[in-house]
Design a protein around this ligand. Structure first.
Ligand SMILES: Nc1ncnc2c1ncn2[C@@H]1O[C@H](COP(=O)(O)OP(=O)(O)OP(=O)(O)O)[C@@H](O)[C@H]1O
Ligand SMILES: [Mg+2]
Length: 229
C-alpha cells in the first residue's frame, strides 16, 4: 500500500546540505499499524512529508497504492491527500470555527454535497467521541479533545491510511492513552495507521511493527517491535 524505494532526501539550507533520509526502502501492507521511532532529527517528519507529497525526494520513489507520490502533479496530489489522513502534534485546527465547521469547511472546499456533509460529520464525531461537542470552538476543548478533532478531520474523506506525526507529543498520560486507543480502533475498522512517536511505553504496549530510524537510515524493522533507543 505504501512503498519507499531507495529514498534519499537532502535539504539544502544556505551552504549546508543536510541528509535527512539516506537510502530508505520499506513497504507497508493494507491494515498494518506501524510505528516510526527515532531520536529528534532522525527523519520521521521528513518521511511523513514525503509520503503525503509535502516534500519531494532527492532520489528514489515513494508510492501510495499504485500512485507515484514522488512525482505527482498537483491534481494527483489532491487525490492522494484524500486517501491519506494526516494528524500533527500541534493539531492545526481552524481556531475561529467550531468543531462541526472545522470538518464541514474542508468538505465544502472540495465540493462535497451538503447531504453527504450532514450525514458524515455526526458519524465521524461519534467515532472520535466528540458528538456532544459539535458547536464548541477549539479553545473550549482539552488537548486530548483537540487531537480527537484533528483525527476526525483526518478521517473525514474516509482515507485508506492515517498518518500521525507525534500526535501525543503535547498530551498527558491519560489523553495519550485515549488517542492511541482511538488509532487502534480506527486500525481495527480497516484503516492502515502509521504513527511517529517518542513514547517507549506506547510502542512496547502496541506489539505491532516498529521501524527505527537513526540519522536518516532504517536501523531496524521488526514485526512485533520494541523501542530500542
Ligand atoms: N526544511 C528543512 N530544511 C533543512 N533541514 C531540515 C528541514 N526539515 C528538516 N530538516 C533536517 O532534517 C533532519 C531530519 O528532520 P526531521 O524533522 O525529519 O526529524 P524528526 O525525526 O521528525 O525529529 P523530531 O523528533 O524532532 O520531530 C534534521 O537534521 C533536520 O534539521
Ligand atoms: Mg518530527
Amino acid at each position: 500500500m505504501i512503498s519507499f524505494c531507495n529514498v534519499v532526501k537532502i535539504y539544502n539550507s544556505g551552504t549546508r546540505a543536510i541528509t535527512a533520509l539516506d537510502d530508505i526502502s520499506f513497504a507497508v501492507e493494507p491494515g498494518e499499524f506501524i510505528s516510526l521511532v527515532g531520536k529528534s532529527g532522525s527523519g520521521k517528519t521528513t518521511l511523513i512529508k514525503l509520503l503525503v507529497g509535502e516534500e519531494k525526494p532527492t532520489q528514489g520513489e515513494v508510492f501510495f497504492q499504485d500512485l507515484r507520490v514522488s512525482s505527482a502533479s498537483p491534481s494527483l496530489l489532491q487525490q492522494i491527500r484524500k486517501k491519506i489522513g494526516v494528524v500533527y502534534q500541534d493539531y492545526r485546527l481552524l481556531l475561529n470555527k467550531t468543531v462541526q465547521e472545522n470538518l464541514s469547511y474542508i468538505m465544502e472546499v472540495i465540493g462535497v454535497p451538503k447531504e453527504t456533509i450532514d450525514n458524515d460529520i455526526p458519524q465521524v464525531l461519534s467515532i472520535v467521541g466528540l458528538d456532544q461537542r459539535a458547536d464548541n470552538f477549539p479553545h473550549e476543548l482539552s488537548g486530548g479533545e483537540k487531537q480527537r478533532l484533528a483525527i476526525a478531520r483526518a478521517l473525514i474523506h474516509r482515507p485508506q491510511a492515517i498518518v500521525a506525526d507525534e500526535p501525543t507529543g503535547n498530551l498527558d498520560l491519560y489523553n495519550t492513552y485515549e488517542i492511541i486507543s482511538l488509532l487502534q480502533k480506527i486500525n481495527n475498522l480497516g484503516t492502515t495507521v502509521m504513527l511517529s512517536t517518542h513514547n517507549k511505553e506506547i510502542v512496547d504496549a502496541l506489539k505491532r511493527r516498529v521501524i527505527t530510524l537513526e540519522e536518516g537510515k532504517i536501523i531496524s524493522d521488526e514485526k512485533i517491535g520494541k523501542f530500542i533507543l
